[in-house]
Design a protein around this ligand. Structure first.
Ligand SMILES: *Cc1c(COP(=O)(O)O)cnc(C)c1O
Length: 438
């Protein structure tokens, strides 16, 4: 039976292409948490399978030779807009395409790309934007591997960098951008909140500064690492960023069982980055993409619960006599830093669930606390369903020079905590007992 006769019998429209996505109902724009269950996938194309199958294939069959040529024109950038169909699995696959469509939904981005890790996303972004002699202006501190990539690795290829502190004012940002503008600035790269200081970057001020200092062709795009608060609690495209990058390993993946990255932004920027990804093959694999689709279905549930848990746990910790200070974004409103509180109000819809706990004492006290935890796991990383705790001075930031450690507040009494989705009172019991061991 042809599609036509089938359509005649059922009265349905014949369909060989995916059904159009449902993005609104009765004039109501659907929320991302609803769209995660179906957007970008039509079961009719996969034997009616409710969930997308995992497409394990290295290559795709062309319907005819001319279509094959057309696909390659898209993939290689000879024709703008990218490939119209699937060609080869280093470029893309069905699972990754569904994932990319759904990632873009969260921040209302024009387009998105999936990567094999947060670092491969960041490296591909940099490689697609810079050439020898260019400058990258960035906020500081950055995730350690990103700092290594900018300063040591791209530095070997003649790329320069200049930075301003994450909490910088408009005047401080202006000064750094004005200095950088004497050369060619390829990219402004931000990370907010900074780890482990939790300092927020004023993205609106960075965008205003960029627009005042650069014109036309010389205007560098603004990219920002949104791993800690995105996509639920911060959406920097709305404050003037052009590109958002993610380690999807963290909250987006959310179960500490995969490593992946993402980049979101305007079609033009994403096409530039896609050409580099097509060339070097930093896309994530189909199985990881499938796991991420499952993760995105519960993203809002998980992040909301983790955020609520963190608020309760931080209230408990802040009032504890053995605690010196809790660096939690939710406390900005009651702190002394009016400027950071102002950025928080303008840029964030939640305080996240990752924070800094400064105990009274030093390494001995921090280690005693960490070793006494029974629910929270002693591990680096963040954003998983389980609560994690680590010691930055002795672990993630061990090789950072002493002076820089002091400047960043990475002291021996600092414990980094990422709160998960357990019962909040169980977590408080765990922390209360562990503090008795200090
Ligand atoms: C973890 C992390 C990265 C790197 O991501 P991977 O998935 O480990 O490659 C980058 N930026 C931030 C803020 C991170 O927390």
């Amino acid at each position: 039976m042809t599609d036509e006769t089938e359509a005649d019998l059922t009265g349905a429209t014949p369909r060989r292409r995916p059904r159009a996505n449902v993005e609104s109902i009765g004039g109501r724009k659907l929320r991302p948490s609803t769209m995660m269950m179906g957007h970008g996938y039509d079961p009719v194309l996969s034997e009616g399978s409710l969930k997308p199958p995992i497409f394990l294939t290295s290559t795709f069959v062309f319907p005819n030779a001319a279509a094959g040529k057309r696909h390659f024109e898209g993939v290689t950038g000879k024709r703008p807009g990218g490939a119209e169909g699937l060609v080869y699995s280093r470029f893309n696959g069905p699972n990754q395409e569904i994932l990319e469509d759904r990632l873009a939904v969260w921040e209302e981005a024009e387009d998105a790309l999936a990567f094999s890790s947060g670092m491969s996303a960041i490296a591909t972004l940099f490689l697609s934007m810079v050439k020898p002699g260019d400058t990258i202006v960035h906020s500081g501190p950055l995730y350690a591997a990103t700092e290594t990539l900018v300063a040591r690795i791209l530095g070997r290829f003649g790329v320069n960098w200049l930075d301003f502190p994450a909490g910088a004012t408009r005047a401080e940002i202006d000064a750094v951008l004005t200095k950088a503008a004497t050369g060619h600035v390829a990219l402004i790269y931000l990370e907010s909140p900074a780890n482990p200081t939790n300092a927020l970057v004023d993205v609106e001020a960075v965008a205003a500064s960029r627009d005042a200092i650069f014109t036309g062709e010389n205007k560098p795009p603004i990219a920002i690492d949104n791993t800690f608060l995105g996509p639920l609690w911060a959406q920097p495209l709305k404050q003037g960023a052009d590109i958002v990058v993610y380690s999807l390993t963290k909250y987006a993946g959310g179960h500490s069982d995969l490593v992946a990255g993402g980049v979101l932004g305007t079609k033009a920027h994403i096409n530039t980055i896609r050409l580099m990804r097509n060339t070097i093959g930093t896309i994530c694999d189909p199985n990881t993409a499938w796991m991420l689709l499952r993760s995105l279905e519960t993203l809002e549930l998980r992040m909301s619960r983790a955020g609520e848990n963190a608020a309760k746990v931080c209230e408990f910790l802040a009032a504890h006599p053995k605690v010196q200070h809790v660096g939690y974004l939710g406390f900005l409103e009651r702190g002394e830093d009016a400027r950071q509180a102002d950025i928080y109000r303008r840029h964030c819809t939640g305080a996240g669930s990752t924070f800094s706990l400064y105990l009274k004492g030093g390494e001995t006290e921090a280690f005693a606390f960490l070793d006494a935890l029974r629910i929270a796991k002693l591990a680096v990383s963040l954003g998983g369903t389980e609560t994690l705790a680590s010691h930055p001075a002795g672990m993630t930031h061990l090789s950072v020079p002493e002076a820089r450690k002091q400047a960043l507040g990475i002291t021996d009494n600092l414990v980094r905590i990422s709160i998960g989705v357990e019962d909040a009172d169980d977590l408080i019991a765990d922390f209360e007992e562990a503090l008795k061991a200090v």
